[in-house]
Design a protein around this ligand. Structure first.
Ligand SMILES: NC(=O)c1ccc[n+]([C@@H]2O[C@H](COP(=O)([O-])OP(=O)(O)OC[C@H]3O[C@@H](n4cnc5c(N)ncnc54)[C@H](O)[C@@H]3O)[C@@H](O)[C@H]2O)c1
Length: 424
């Protein structure tokens, strides 16, 4: 094993490692599927010598994924996929206790963020693992000399998959990507239950508000929005949804929420959460219409869902009211509170998704990396779905770990489902 001194890294403080290690171990006990994969990887070494650069939120769960890849024989480096989401103790422990190079510091500025991505790319990855497509974007725009050495990549989140699909459509994507986000065992659980609970957790930790009886506006009724709305309602909030997609709007109505345009919701709400993956959802005209004391947060991938330049420009003063809470005072003295500088609040003010759901997301990541290594030669520069057998395996293993058994189709039922002539 190399010594800590020889491991390239840029983390806040290596002395935080002991706390990080205990927290990584805590998360590990809730990640039984990843555990099984780690054991097999340890024996079979399917990733032997493969250089992986992982640009992910540096959390306890990511720590366990990085250790799994390392145990599979990979040579892994980790950098942050968001300047505010790093857990500094985890970063320290990965370096000191697990000898994995990490480049990530919570609160790093934009230049440091990109220099950390640069350091992860200096590793000359054969596999890139992204949460928001930053590694792919940097390689294609600034480090094209690396393209020939990359066999493939994976993508963790909706926004990244959208970016990568548009690269593929425009003919600029240069290597195959597996859209881990689109696995059923990822988005149906991680985006819905993970983002749902941890977003509310982040808002509550940042503000100590009471949701019961308050008016919460959820912008976007996709997988994440459904989760946030469901959890806010569970705490007793009155929930309104804004949408641009008519089908999803109907779904929100039939799920029992009010649906209205953003301009109307701006006047109605006490707490606002954007989870659209789109930009400028809450703009100057909306901030201007909000009640005194309105709280505004984002849990979508990028910090562009709230038009922060607009509220900066229209405010007469700004101060830090609490950690992760900026108080903007408008000319008529109304105050608007913006959380976490508009970055995903569940990772900024809370700890991100619980390990129980990340178990499935990261089991998909680990198995998709193995798939890429085995099948790289057959793949072309496209965005591929997660192979259905991987998705099903992850579901089966998760059920086993929960002690839940289910029925099996009988041969007669299988035949019935496969036939067009039966059932008349
Ligand atoms: N915070 C987290 O930890 C976390 C986890 C997973 C995904 N994400 C991110 O959250 C975002 C949403 O992900 P998702 O899986 O729910 O995506 P999704 O595509 O399922 O849902 C997004 C919804 O937003 C709606 N929308 C788009 N523009 C809108 C507008 N102007 N007003 C209102 N609604 C609008 C779309 O119609 C869609 O229904 C993405 O950026 C994704 O990367 C964050």
């Amino acid at each position: 094993m190399p010594t800590t001194q020889k491991i390239a890294c840029d983390v806040k403080d290596l002395d935080l490692a002991a706390k990080g290690k205990t927290r990584i171990e805590w998360a590990d006990q809730f990640m039984p599927v990843l555990n099984l994969i780690r054991k097999r990887f340890g024996e079979e070494k399917p990733l032997k010598g493969v250089r992986i650069s992982a640009c992910l939120h540096v959390t306890t769960e990511t720590g366990n994924l990085a250790i799994t890849l390392r145990d599979g024989g990979a040579d892994v480096v980790v950098c942050a996929s968001n300047p505010l989401s790093t857990q500094d103790d985890v970063a320290a422990s990965l370096v000191r206790d697990f000898h994995i190079p990490v480049f990530a510091i919570k609160g790093e500025d934009k230049d440091t963020y990109y220099s950390h991505i640069g350091s992860a790319l200096d590793h000359k990855p054969q596999i890139t693992m992204d949460d928001g497509a930053d590694l792919v974007t940097e390689i294609l725009s600034k480090r094209q000399e690396l393209v020939s050495g990359v066999m493939g990549g994976t993508e963790e989140t909706t926004t990244g998959v959208i970016r990568l699909r548009s690269m593929a459509k425009g003919g600029v994507l240069k290597y195959p990507i597996i859209a881990v986000n689109d696995a059923d065992t990822k988005h149906l659980f991680d985006n819905r239950y993970g983002t749902g609970q941890s977003t509310v957790d982040g808002i509550l930790r940042a503000t100590n508000l009471l949701f019961a009886g308050s008016r919460v506006v959820v912008c976007g009724y996709g997988y994440c929005g459904r989760g946030v709305a469901m959890r806010a309602r569970g705490l007793g909030a009155h929930v309104t949804v804004t949408e641009t997609n008519p089908t999803r709007a109907i779904e929100a109505v039939m799920d029992g929420y009010q649906v209205m345009p953003m301009m109307e919701a701006a006047r109605w709400g006490d707490v606002f959460v954007t989870v659209t993956g789109n930009k400028s959802i809450i703009r100057g005209e909306h901030f201007r219409a909000m009640k005194d004391g309105a709280v505004v947060a984002n849990s979508g991938h990028f910090n562009v869902e709230l038009d922060l330049p607009a509220i900066e420009a229209m405010s007469i003063s700004k101060r830090r009211a609490r950690e992760f809470v900026d108080e903007y005072t408008l000319p008529d003295k109304r105050k608007i509170y913006v959380l976490g500088e508009g970055r995903l609040i569940n990772l900024v003010a809370a700890e991100g998704h619980p390990a129980v759901v990340m178990d499935m997301s990261f089991a998909n990541q680990a198995l998709c990396v193995e798939h890429l290594v085995k099948h790289a030669a057959e793949l072309t520069p496209k965005v591929y779905p997660v192979p259905p057998e991987i998705d099903q395996d992850v579901a089966r293993l998760k059920l086993d770990s929960m002690g839940v058994s289910i029925d099996k189709l009988t041969p007669e039922q299988e035949q019935y489902l496969a036939s067009w002539s039966e059932g008349t």
